[in-house]
Design a binder for this molecule. Structure first.
Ligand SMILES: [Zn+2]
Length: 741
């Protein structure tokens, strides 16, 4: 979040091992865009929208008496954190609990580690959320209530796999409903925090304890499932019943918390994208604010995964404040919890989250910092964020394209293969849109009503296989009224329960019928590019392919039969032929070369349907032709002038936002040899970019300036757009366009 110059400054601070004194930080920054100080509970509709920057300190048991609270309070002040999440209880109590089954930290003595730190934060006007953890308990709990412990499929209680002094708890029975409720009530009564955040509250896997068995049988008449196949009746019921139990628990904790402090709420560590377990639409009904727990990259993962997470929460939660929790350490299965991540990796991860609307929330385990290299990094990010807060309090995104995600498709159609069948097509399309520099939002498949879809011109359905008839009807209405649609592979071939239909639910939009066969794992199949004899120029879908004869096909495809009249198609499928021996590798003559894409114009809208899983294949192979083809499809169905164009070298994640009296364009520079597998070694700057921005109707531009380069930009106005060039971009740039009142 800072220029190279500021990064160097941060490094100097790191080398001297000291932090800025609390007062001095201000002098380093232009504070004209920073907010006026507001008291912690000023807003009439609750405090939830107030905090812009979060600090989380997760105590370890030996912290009390061994750590320096002053150090942390000074740091919170220096970074302008306006809310904190502090460890209170659950596994270990960091306050003098009177609940006999809650274990006080053995280092607590007569101290109140949580209470003292909370008082210090409150004195600085911060909002406070108390952290609890519900997933583990001590032997004394086991001895008193052996039925509170998680039981595995063989009927054995489960010891904690990392620290065998603990037992794993059952999330769906009395441990949470009774014991953790009493913990939350005690914390609320003693300290009146603004909320309680619970880590690992939803269980550590299937539990076969007596409560789970009895409750599931009472609710469904079935025994707990022994298979993960979502078409097994017990598994299908379990997926729903478990959510019901957890939402009941969420409501219970909300009610008990609010009975003591009406301005507080329960903040579950929950939510996410298609692969997340709790319905995001219901989460929206329960949560006035939430935190997206995606702490860093691991394995093959692009930095835009952080922004994606923010968009997934926003899809159902709209304008509610969503914090983006990031780790300062290495996020890896080997769990180096006391590690420190490379600074530029943290910067890129957090910059992408901020661009996509997340409010930064750093998390530090262990209050005795061993490796301090992260401190100036987070300080840089937060101070820049504070200085420019006015332009980060977004009112609404301006994107015209929506990428649909579907939890029900993952649960009931994807099952154990949900990552490959549901998430990978979405990841492929996400990468396509980032490379194409098209701003877009994620859209939840239970939010396809007219109000939710009003901002969008185009919807993309990346193998959204499981859709109800009502959802299909909503999509039909969207197209009829002028919307564009791009869909791939098995989209709508299953109902909302993952049961295959006789034909696509969207058959009339696609202009095809299911021909009864899926071709999987095809080798050596192609798409030939066709020229329309009746047209003088190449079809827009093939723009950029003028000199190409054929491109590679997808790996899997649905066999379909066209239902409409026969017409020109720009792509035809060359069926698979042998790839060995080499003498055998040639296109076989004859046969019908079916269309590789179907284009429809319905009402005012346009539809592109690909029977192949081009998007998933793209994520697998990253073939540039597929990226171009999918981009062309999105542009053809969108059929309007883009709201933004950014020309120049590099890969940029874009976001466009409107604030109270301004709009912003975020340009996050992801150009990096470590873009798809972190951590990045350093930020690689890119050259200046030529930008055109469409100005919303009725707005008049007063000033265009850059929030990272910290200077005005000369621009020219032409019709409804402004044109300008940015200087070279390091980590990111944010273009702020002020409107006259
Ligand atoms: Zn259980």
């Amino acid at each position: 979040m800072s220029s190279r110059r500021e990064f160097v400054k941060g490094s100097v601070l790191a080398a001297t091992g000291s932090l800025l004194p609390a007062g001095a930080a201000k002098d380093l920054l232009a504070t004209e865009n920073a907010p006026e100080a507001t008291p912690a509970s000023s807003a009439a509709d609750g405090w939830y929208d107030r905090p812009m920057r979060w600090a989380q300190l997760a105590f370890v048991e030996d912290d009390p008496g061994n750590y320096d609270p002053r150090f942390w309070l000074d740091y919170f002040r220096a970074v302008h954190a306006d809310a904190a999440c502090l460890s209170a209880g659950g596994v270990v109590a960091f306050y003098p609990t009177e609940l006999p089954l809650q274990q006080r930290s053995q280092w607590l003595g007569d101290r109140d580690a949580f209470g003292d730190l909370q008082a210090g934060c409150r004195a600085m006007g911060m909002n406070i959320v108390a952290r609890t953890d519900a997933h583990a308990c001590w032997q004394k709990v086991y001895d008193a209530h052996p039925d509170w412990i998680r039981v595995d499929a063989s009927g054995q209680p489960v010891r904690h796999p990392s620290d065998p002094r603990y037992w794993e708890t059952c999330a769906l029975g009395p441990y949470n409903f009774e014991f953790m409720t009493s913990v939350h009530e005690e914390i609320m009564r003693r300290y009146k925090p603004d909320g309680i955040f619970t880590n690992r509250w939803s269980g550590s896997g299937m539990c076969y304890c007596e409560h789970c068995r009895q409750n599931f049988r009472a609710a469904t008449g079935l025994d707990l499932p022994r298979t993960t196949n979502p078409q097994d009746p017990a598994r299908k019921q379990y997926i729903l019943w478990r959510q019901q139990r957890l939402f009941d628990l969420w409501r219970l904790w909300n009610e008990k918390i609010r009975a003591i402090n009406p301005g507080a709420c329960y903040i579950a560590n929950a939510g996410g994208g298609a692969l997340s377990e709790l319905d995001m639409k219901t989460i929206d009904q329960l949560a006035p604010t939430l935190v997206a727990d995606r702490q860093g990259r691991r394995g093959l993962m692009a930095p835009w995964a952080n922004g994606k997470n923010g968009k997934e929460y926003r899809a159902t939660m709209g304008g509610k404040a969503i914090a983006g929790m990031f780790s300062v350490g290495i996020e890896d299965e080997h769990r180096w919890k006391d590690s420190v991540q490379n600074g530029d990796e943290i910067r890129m991860w957090v910059a992408d989250g901020i661009a996509q609307g997340l409010r930064p929330w750093f998390i530090k385990f262990n209050a005795k910092p061993i490796d301090k290299r992260w401190l100036p990094v987070v300080q840089d990010i937060f101070q820049w964020h504070y200085a420019n807060e006015k332009y980060l309090r977004n009112v609404q995104p301006l994107a015209r394209v929506g990428l649909v995600y579907s939890q029900q498709s993952a649960w009931f159609y994807g099952g154990e293969q949900a990552r490959e069948k549901i998430e990978e097509p979405a990841l492929g399309f996400y990468e396509v849109l980032v490379e194409a520099r098209i701003p877009f939002e994620m859209v939840h498949d239970r939010c396809l009503d007219a109000a939710h879809l009003a901002p969008f011109r185009t919807l993309i359905l990346p193998n959204i296989a499981a859709l109800s008839s009502e959802q299909c009807a909503s999509l039909g209405k969207f197209v009829e009224s002028g919307g564009g649609l791009v869909a791939t592979y098995e989209t709508s071939l299953y109902d909302e329960w993952g049961v295959r239909r006789k034909d696509f639910g969207l058959a009339s939009l696609f202009g095809v019928s299911y021909a009864g066969k899926i071709e999987e794992n095809m080798r050596n199949s192609y798409l030939s590019l066709e020229k329309d004899p009746a047209a003088s120029s190449v079809h827009p879908l093939l723009r950029g392919f003028e000199d190409a004869g054929r491109i590679v096909n997808a790996v899997n495809q649905v066999s379909v039969t066209p239902t409409g009249e026969s017409r020109f198609t720009p792509l035809r499928i060359i069926p698979s032929y042998p790839d060995l021996p080499m003498e055998s590798v040639f296109t076989r003559p004859g046969g019908t070369h079916l269309p590789g894409v179907y284009l429809e114009r319905i009402g005012g809208g346009r539809v592109v349907y690909f029977p192949g899983d081009i998007d998933r294949t793209f994520w697998d192979v990253l073939n540039v032709d597929h990226a171009r083809l999918l981009r062309n499809a999105v542009e053809w169905v969108t059929n309007e002038a883009p709201i933004v164009t950014v020309e120049g070298k590099g890969i940029l994640d874009l976001a466009m936002w409107e604030q109270a009296s301004s709009m912003t364009l975020h340009l996050v520079n992801l150009t990096n040899p470590m873009m798809l597998k972190g951590p990045v070694r350093e930020i690689d700057p890119i050259s200046g970019q030529r930008v055109s921005l469409r100005i919303p109707e009725g707005k008049h531009v007063r000033r265009v300036h850059l929030l990272v380069a910290a200077r005005d930009v000369p621009y020219r106005t032409e019709r409804d757009s402004i044109y300008f060039e940015t200087p070279a971009i390091g980590l990111h740039e944010v273009v702020a366009v002020d409107f006259s009142a």
